[in-house]
Design a protein around this ligand. Structure first.
Ligand code: ADP
Ligand code: MG
Length: 139
């Protein structure tokens, strides 16, 4: 369990993601929760940077749905925002969760089959550029 953090800029949120990346291993699943504009994608950009991947490319995977970044481990970045429940089922996210890579999922609440042993990131707007980030490894 990591203590909650308050960030005051996008860059700080990226840094929080970068720090978490240091404790991630292939097979880990990172579930991101938070409203539009909360900073989920910024956090994932930090994850990519922390894994040594080309973080500048990390944006919301709107059209591709799943984007892959190659660092010391593969990072699979998924955004479920625009998907219907049946489309989410069809993605085969279970199969993506493999020993080979780390999976980070925005709008994770839309994945009904999400694992309960994942790392959960909850980002909330705390006014202006402040964001409250809670990190937990669920039981
Ligand atoms: P999401 O993926 O949750 O929809 P994004 O990461 O795409 O959110 O966007 C977050 C937006 O909020 C960006 O425009 C960013 O500049 C802005 N922002 C302001 N303060 C912060 C902060 N502390 N952390 C992250 N993003 C912030
Ligand atoms: Mg996003």
């Amino acid at each position: 369990m990591t203590p909650d953090v308050i960030t005051t800029s996008e860059e700080e949120t990226e840094s929080a993601g970068e720090r978490l990346a240091g404790s991630l291993a292939p097979g880990d699943v990172v579930l991101l929760y938070g409203d539009l504009g909360a900073g989920k994608t910024a956090f994932v950009r930090g994850l990519a940077r922390g894994l040594g991947a080309a973080a500048d490319d990390v944006s919301s995977p709107t059209f591709t749905i799943i984007q892959e970044y190659s660092g010391r481990a593969m990072l699979y970045h998924v955004d479920l925002y625009r998907l219907e429940p049946l489309e989410v089922d069809d993605l085969g996210l279970d199969e993506l969760v493999s020993a080979e890579g780390i999976v980070a999922i925005e709008w994770a609440e839309r994945w009904t089959g999400r694992p309960d042993d994942a790392i959960e990131i909850r980002i909330a707007d705390a006014g202006e550029d402040r964001r409250h980030i809670a990190v937990s490894r669920s039981p």
